[in-house]
Design a protein around this ligand. Structure first.
Ligand code: FES
Length: 157
């Protein structure tokens, strides 16, 4: 993971963290990882996120926490998508979310949204924007099927 900064349209500096190569997420796929962020009082907090890459090559990021019961969407199965892969879905309880908005359109948290994570693809890396991360954490590989552990994949900077 590397840290840089960019400027937004208003000229404000935004910290960006490269979390994985853009092609590490296949088109029509998603990848989750466990990062740590620095909160407002300087404490390290778990920051589980996932990145979705659409077939049309857009990237969306969300905090991996269902608004209904707070679990990872891919808990248990490792799968982020509904069977036809048109929607994101909580694999435990079936809440179904639009990929591009994170809006839940069916299930126990209908009408709520996943918390979005600002992403940008910069020089072939997926970068997290405006979040202060703990430096020594890197984007994890897929969560596999474990509910207890998230394996961290180290990739060369
Ligand atoms: S935790 Fe919300 S539907 Fe599963």
């Amino acid at each position: 993971m590397s840290e840089e900064s960019i400027h937004n349209r208003a000229g404000h500096e935004i910290e960006v963290f490269a979390v994985c190569p853009a092609d590490a997420v296949e088109r029509g796929g998603a990848r989750g990882g466990s990062l740590s962020r620095i909160d407002d009082i300087g404490e390290s907090r778990p920051f589980p996120i996932f990145v979705v890459r659409t077939v049309g090559n857009d990237y969306f990021g969300y905090v991996n926490r269902c608004p209904h019961d707070g679990v990872w969407l891919n808990i248990g199965s490792g799968e982020f998508f509904s069977p036809e892969r048109s929607f994101l879905r909580c694999s435990r309880h079936g809440a179904t979310f639009e990929i591009d908005s994170g809006l839940c359109i069916d299930g126990p948290c209908n009408g709520n949204t996943l918390e979005p994570v600002a992403l940008a693809v910069i020089e072939d890396d997926v970068c997290l924007c405006g979040v202060k991360l703990v430096e020594d954490h890197r984007f994890a590989d897929s969560f596999e099927d474990s509910e207890e552990t998230m394996e961290i994949m180290i990739h060369p900077d």
